[in-house]
Design a protein around this ligand. Structure first.
Ligand code: 5GP
Length: 199
């Protein structure tokens, strides 16, 4: 039986392993769909246009904002990031489990406009481990690392606004928890639909 579509908003400090968790979750969920964001930041050496992000210049981003093409957007680490609006509802209506990896400011905007969304905060086990992970990935300058760490403190202060917190102490465990969250909500909807159609 196919499941009803849902929107899952995943946030957490940069370098907390969200990306890896989400890739694994998508492997384990047949009906998952990942929303690719638009950003004005430059691609990293290991990133691909249309797979990691749609990389755009400021003029194109301005146009997307002006034409209401973004479901939410926010400045993050001196650049802008946004979620293309059009595909989200389409994939939810298709019965898919839509996953967004966005910052806390964007997540709170979505909570306002789509209160039925499920908010999941991925927390690093400690600030020391977060710092080590940011250095270990070797993609950011010292200045960027410092900026991302101070942003992390702000993001962690907002985790109580989320429905769930998952501590990324061990990848497999964190992935299982996120898959369980998705399955719980997708199944709840399935049951609700069943009740509705039976009456
Ligand atoms: P990074 O530059 O490391 O890829 O991402 C930096 C931050 O931007 C991450 O915390 C990520 O969740 C956030 N981000 C990525 N895409 C979006 C988006 O579409 N909207 C918002 N608000 N944040 C995003």
């Amino acid at each position: 039986m196919s499941r009803s579509g849902n929107l899952f908003v995943i946030s957490g400090p940069s370098g907390d392993g969200k990306g890896t968790i989400l890739r694994e979750v998508l492997e384990q969920i047949d009906d998952g769909w990942y929303s690719i964001s638009v950003t004005t930041r430059d691609p990293r050496f290991n990133e691909t246009e249309g797979e990691d992000y749609y990389f755009v210049d400021d003029a194109r981003f301005d146009e997307l904002v002006r034409t209401d093409g973004l479901l939410e957007w926010a400045p993050v680490h001196t650049k802008r990031y946004g979620t293309p609006r059009a595909p989200i509802q389409t994939h939810i209506d298709n019965g898919e489990q839509v996953l967004l990896d966005i910052d806390v400011a964007g997540a709170l905007q979505i909570k306002e406009s789509m209160p039925e969304c499920v908010m999941v905060f991925i927390e690093p086990p400690s600030m020391e481990i977060l710092e080590a992970r940011l250095r270990g990935r070797g993609t950011d300058s010292e200045e960027q690392i410092g900026h991302r760490l101070s942003e992390a403190v702000n993001e962690l202060s907002l985790k109580s606004r989320y429905n769930y917190t998952v501590v990324n102490d061990e990848l497999e465990h964190a992935v299982t928890q996120v898959v369980d969250i998705v399955d719980t909500h997708a199944s709840d909807k399935e049951n609700e639909d069943h009740v509705c159609s039976a009456t």
